[in-house]
Write a protein that binds this ligand. Structure first.
Ligand code: OGA
Ligand code: NI
Length: 305
C-alpha cells in the first residue's frame, strides 16, 4: 500500500506506463510530484531569490503594492481560507486586463519581474501538457479541454511566504484546509515541510524535493471527471522554527467557461453528479469569501445533483 504522495517522471509523458501512473495518482490522491518536467533549476532559484528579497522588506513597503478589490494583483497579508485568517503573506501575479487590472512590481528590485514572468510561462506550458494528458486519460482528445484556456485564461501565480509562527496549532494554520477551485495547480516549494494532503482520513506530508514540482487536481477537473479524479483537501502547517516559501500557479480557464461532467465519464450507471457551473460565478463567490467571513464558502458540492 502506498502511503507517500506519488512521484512521477514525466520526461516521456505519452508512454502508456506514465499515462497509467498519472491516472492512478489523479484517482487515488489528486496530488503528485513530477520530475523530468524540463524546467531548468535556475528558474526555481531565481524565483526563490526574488521571493526572499521581496518579503524581507518592511510591511509598509510591501503594502505600497497591495492587492485591492479592483485590482487582484499585488501584495496581501489578510487572506481568509474557509473564513479563517491564514498565517502567511502573499503576492499575486496575473496578466493585465483592462485599465484597472494590472501587475504591480516592487520598486528597485530589477530581478523580480523577469523571475516571476519566466516561472509563470514555464508553469503555463507544463499545465497545458498535463491537461492534454488528463484529457486523454478521461477519454477525450488532447486539445478538448485546452480550448477553455485559449483566449484570456484566468490563471495566476501566487508567491506565499509563511513567517515563523510563535503559536502554531490546529486553529492557526499557514493555510486552512481547502481544495483549489481551478483546473490544476503547479506548486514549487522550498525545503521546509509544511504542505499536507488528506487521503483516506489521514494527513500526509508532501515531502520537499528540489527537483520536483507538486501538482494537484482542482475542483474543475474533478467536475469534468465526474468525481473519478479528486480535488484533495490540503493545508499548510505553521512552523514555530522555520519560515517557508512556496509558489503555486493556478491554471484556470477563461471566465466564460461553463463546466460539467464530460460525456465520456457518464453512462446509465454513472449519471452526471454536477450541474453545469459557470467559472465566472464560482470565482466571484469564492473571491468575496477571501476578504470577509460571509458564512459558508461556496464549494462544488453546492452544484451536486
Ligand atoms: C494554496 C496552497 C500550499 C503551499 O496556496 O492554495 O495550497 O504549500 N498552498 O503553499
Ligand atoms: Ni491550495
Amino acid at each position: 500500500m502506498t502511503i507517500d504522495v506519488p512521484v512521477i517522471d514525466i520526461a516521456r509523458i505519452e508512454r502508456p506506463e506514465t499515462l497509467r501512473a498519472l491516472d492512478d495518482a489523479c484517482r487515488n490522491w489528486g496530488f503528485f510530484q513530477v520530475t523530468g518536467h524540463g524546467i531548468a533549476q535556475h528558474v526555481f532559484t531565481d524565483l526563490f531569490d526574488a521571493m526572499r528579497e521581496f518579503f524581507a522588506q518592511p510591511a509598509d513597503v510591501k503594502r505600497r503594492i497591495s492587492r485591492t478589490v479592483e485590482n487582484p494583483w499585488g501584495y496581501f497579508d489578510q487572506e481568509l481560507t474557509r473564513n479563517t485568517l491564514d498565517w502567511k503573506q502573499i503576492y499575486d501575479f496575473g496578466p493585465a486586463d483592462g485599465a484597472l487590472i494590472c501587475p504591480q512590481w516592487p520598486a528597485s528590485m530589477p530581478g523580480f519581474q523577469p523571475a516571476v514572468a519566466v516561472f509563470y510561462a514555464q508553469c503555463e506550458q507544463l499545465s497545458r501538457r498535463l491537461l492534454a494528458t488528463i484529457s486523454v486519460n478521461l477519454g477525450v482528445a488532447p486539445d478538448e479541454l485546452l480550448q477553455y484556456f485559449d483566449a484570456a485564461h484566468s490563471s495566476f501565480l501566487r508567491l506565499n511566504y509563511y513567517p515563523v509562527c510563535p503559536f502554531p496549532s490546529a486553529q492557526q494554520l499557514g493555510v486552512n484546509e481547502h481544495t483549489d477551485a481551478g483546473a490544476l495547480t503547479v506548486l514549487l516549494q522550498d525545503d521546509q515541510p509544511g504542505l499536507e494532503v488528506l487521503q483516506d482520513g489521514n494527513w500526509h506530508i508532501v515531502e520537499p524535493r528540489p527537483d520536483a514540482l507538486v501538482i494537484n487536481i482542482g475542483d474543475i477537473v474533478q467536475v469534468w471527471s465526474n468525481d473519478r479524479y479528486r480535488a484533495a483537501l490540503h493545508r499548510v502547517i505553521a512552523s514555530p522554527d522555520a519560515e517557508r516559501f512556496s509558489a503555486p500557479f493556478f491554471f484556470n480557464p477563461s471566465y466564460d467557461t461553463a463546466y460539467a461532467p464530460l460525456p465520456t465519464t457518464t453512462d446509465g450507471l454513472h449519471p452526471a453528479r454536477y450541474r453545469t457551473i459557470s467559472w465566472r460565478e464560482f470565482r466571484a463567490l469564492r473571491a468575496a469569501g477571501d476578504y470577509a467571513d460571509l458564512g459558508d464558502e461556496v464549494q462544488i458540492a453546492h452544484y451536486s445533483r
